[in-house]
Design a binder for this molecule. Structure first.
Ligand SMILES: *Cc1c(COP(=O)(O)O)cnc(C)c1O
Length: 799
């Protein structure tokens, strides 16, 4: 531990010498980085230990956030800043001739998540600790995170993400807390004990690695626990050892890079049960170290299930209570139902998780028995309370058509079910889960997502932070609602001018990155129009491309038609097996190759695809945006959080009334965002009426026809067959996501944005209003609501 710059320097020198046997002057930059990372981790130790002790001695209730994904991003800068040591360390290193930014850039960005869902989990951990609340993460320690995207000839290729190859000094292996997790085998009735036992099981050892989660300006330091699989002492006798050890390794090898469909089914189910069982076992053991029994388990622990991936926690806790601690069914069920809370993240039907009964029964025989019994009793309950039980059962059965419906199990076994934006929760209550909402009217609630304004504004946009500091001070760092004080300055010409300078500075940084990585010069005076997020049909990157194609074609055929220069920037990973998504990426890069080089358009239009989008890139991209593209088909995006990051950095949203865009629109008003497209009700009505025809629109709108026709031409420098799959989706599968229906209003919204941008005063005002109103989207607000309305947990008090 160090408390002054001089101490830091001395310990840093010693650290390098001790670790690598050479003086600082002769050490390599990577060695310096490893030492700095370790020193920063050590710096958390005292607070980490103090937090554990306080929570224990206060007998406080804790929340455990169970998630298959935590998309943490780099930790070094964040942790030094949260702890308040950043400036000291930066200056200390500078004294030693080292630029801290060089070391910061060596940290790998652990991609232990796909997108929004995993990033939400990471923002929540930051806000929990920063609000001094006792709350921990529980997940898998993946050997390889989400693949690294490498573009080859405009196509996405995937390479493994070796995130731990250099070092990971944040984690501490906690061997004393390891547990075994059982798979396969069978369940037998033991006459002697009068109990069921799981025999012939394949045991896999789960070893926790803990990472400290430091809060901002608080001693509270929580834990992210990542479980790693190892060979158990209990080696299966009926299996070849090599086979067994390969199965052990497989469990923690890969993050599933597909967040919308099921793949590698059995292995994925194994992963789920692995981290859930280990996590629940560890919490039970910790509880019993402090309390005589588990009767008060739900008073001291609550488990938040991030989507359905960790829902096996429900039957697993039942199994532990009934089999291992001899609880009667109803007593156990009462504890479980008061412990578990579930967050729903999607209403896309293909993403609602179901597991075939035969897989579940074979892999997890005792857990499956628990699910069967839960289902049997739940069915009885429905028959008792529902007016038309058969009709209701059709929609709520946990086991139906030989499949286990994880969302149904989650709702039946938890005390809270929340959606992640107001419109999303309303859809759950009024349509998707309406039968459940009738059965349990008080269980459903909304918690609109948020993002940590520390990482996404204070730490990643220093020029904007400084401008805010000079204008309204820094109270907003502790209380993000205080950003609203900026409203008093939105018409101040000096502040407007300074804001435009800040934006330009961030655009220059991104332009330099693009020059280096894409080899394209972009004009920082052009509108930076950005869509970065996972590539998915419902997010409609294709609609954005269609607009670009339209602009290009219009400029080519009409010399009078000229636009304000615009730079369209995309970043997106596609699931490796998602054919359509990969073709859209290729379309973006191909269109870019043409428009960026055409003498008629190159000064007006640039299209850039940024390779390997992830948290670290997002931290550079968000501050540089003028326009934020949030254009999903209304009703399909549960919340979105990218939209919030853009807003907080002063970009205007071009968006549909979907997810949290609805709340953004409500906060900033019509004048400060550009809303377009069908509403969710209109989308539902379009599907319901069955009258939608993409061919009709095609034949009635010359612009659309010309854009679509280009997909089957060589206009984009490819074979005319290259984009047939994209064409088919729109025309012969009747445009499931209604791009053609929204095209005209999207073009108009974009035209409006162009007009606004030309008036620099008006534009700066819009951006400042967006920043001022963005405090609502801090995850500190979201976590405050979870803590008060769901978890009933209190800040950790120092003893
Ligand atoms: C915020 C974030 C997301 C979520 O973006 P959406 O636009 O809400 O889908 C995905 N990936 C990364 C790296 C992010 O930081």
């Amino acid at each position: 531990m160090f408390t002054s710059k001089e101490e830091f320097k001395e310990q840093f020198r010693k650290g390098v010498l001790d670790s690598y046997g050479r003086p600082l002057e002769e050490s390599h930059m990577t060695e310096q980085f490893v030492v700095l990372e370790r020193m920063t981790r050590v710096q958390t130790s005292k607070n980490w230990a103090d937090t554990k002790k306080c929570v224990h001695d206060n007998e406080q209730k804790e929340v455990h956030y169970f998630s298959m994904e935590f998309l943490m991003g780099r930790l070094l800068t964040n942790n030094l800043m949260n702890m308040g040591y950043y400036e000291m360390v930066k200056e200390g290193l500078a004294d030693l001739g080292i630029n801290i930014h060089d070391l910061e850039d060596l940290e790998r960005d652990p991609g232990l998540g796909n997108g929004g869902l995993g990033r939400l989990a990471a923002c929540f951990l930051d806000s929990l600790a920063s609000s001094s609340l006792p709350g921990h993460g529980n997940t898998i320690r993946y050997q390889f995170g989400l693949f690294k995207q490498k573009m080859v000839d405009g196509y996405q290729t995937e390479i493994p993400d070796q995130w731990m190859s250099l070092t990971n000094k944040w984690e501490i292996r906690k061997s004393k807390h390891m547990v075994d997790v059982k798979f396969w085998g069978r369940v037998v009735w033991d006459e002697q004990t009068g109990k069921f036992t799981h025999v012939d099981a394949e045991c896999i050892r789960a070893v926790p690695y803990d990472i400290p989660i430091v809060g901002n300006d608080t001693f509270v330091t929580n834990t992210l626990r990542m479980w790693s699989s190892e060979v158990s002492d209990n080696i299966p006798t009926n299996k070849d050892f090599r086979q067994y050890s390969q199965e052990v390794n497989e469990i923690c090898q890969n993050l599933y890079p597909d967040d919308s469909t099921q793949a590698g089914r059995v292995l994925r189910l194994k992963q789920q049960y692995f981290f859930v069982s280990a996590g629940v076992q560890a919490i039970v053991k910790a509880h019993l170290r402090q309390y005589p029994n588990l009767d008060n388990f739900h008073e001291k622990h609550t488990i938040q299930l991030n989507d359905t991936h960790p829902v096996l926690a429900i039957p697993e806790l039942m199994r532990i209570l009934v089999d291992e601690y001899d609880y009667e069914w109803l007593d156990a069920w009462s504890i479980v139902k008061q412990t578990m809370a579930y967050t729903n993240h999607t209403i896309l039907s293909e993403a609602l998780e179901k597991w075939p009964v035969d897989i579940m029964r074979a892999l997890l025989p005792r857990v499956y028995m628990m699910i069967e019994e839960i289902n049997r009793r739940f069915t009885g309950f429905v028959k008792e309370v529902a007016d038309n039980p058969e009709e209701v059962l059709n929609h709520v059965r946990i086991i139906k058509d030989d499949q286990v419906h994880m969302a149904h199990l989650a709702i039946a076994g938890s005390y809270s079910v929340n959606g992640v934006a107001r419109i999303h929760t309303n859809i759950l209550i009024n349509s998707e889960m309406k039968h459940f909402a009738t059965l349990y009217p008080n269980k459903f609630n909304n918690k609109t997502n948020g993002i940590t304004h520390r990482r996404w504004l204070a730490y990643s946009n220093l020029p904007l932070r400084n401008l805010l500091k000079e204008t309204i001070g820094e109270e907003w760092i502790h209380n993000p609602d205080k950003l609203e004080d900026l409203m008093a300055f939105v018409d101040d010409p000096k502040i407007q001018e300074q804001f435009l300078d800040v934006k330009k500075q961030k655009k220059e940084e991104l332009a330099a990155y693009i020059k280096e990585h894409n080899g394209v010069e972009v004009d920082v005076n052009s509108i930076f129009d950005i869509q970065v997020k996972r590539l998915h049909a419902y997010k409609r990157q294709l609609l954005n491309v269609m607009h670009i194609i339209y602009l290009y074609q219009e400029m080519k055929r009409n010399p009078e038609f000229r636009i304000y220069p615009r730079t369209f920037i995309f970043g997106a990973k596609a699931a490796p097996a998602y054919f359509f998504a990969k073709k859209v990426i290729k379309l973006i890069t191909s269109v870019g190759d043409v428009v960026n080089n055409d003498p008629v358009t190159k000064d007006y239009l640039k299209v850039i695809f940024v390779e390997n989008y992830g948290v670290t890139l997002a931290e550079m991209i968000m501050p540089a945006a003028d326009v934020s593209e949030q254009i999903s088909t209304a009703g399909k995006e549960a919340s979105g959080t990218g939209n919030m990051k853009f807003m907080m950095n002063g970009a205007i949203t071009v968006g549909t009334l979907d997810g949290a865009n609805v709340e953004i629109h409500e906060l900033v008003g019509d004048d400060n965002c550009a809303i377009f497209g069908l509403t969710e009700e209109q989308v539902q009505e379009t599907y319901r009426s069955g009258t939608y025809s993409s061919w009709d629109i095609y034949h009635n709108d010359f612009r659309i026809k010309t854009v679509i026709d280009s997909l089957l031409s060589t206009e984009w420098g490819t074979s005319s067959e290259e984009f047939r799959g994209v064409f088919e989706e729109l025309m012969n599968h009747n445009d499931q996501y209604l791009l053609l229906a929204d095209f005209d209003s999207y073009v108009k919204a974009q035209k409006r944005v162009e007009e606004l941008y030309k008036d620099r005063t008006k534009w700066a005002r819009i951006c400042l209003v967006n920043i001022a109103k963005s405090g609502y989207f801090s995850s500190d607000r979201t976590i405050g609501q979870y803590a008060k309305e769901i978890w009933h947990i209190e800040p950790v008090k120092k003893l």
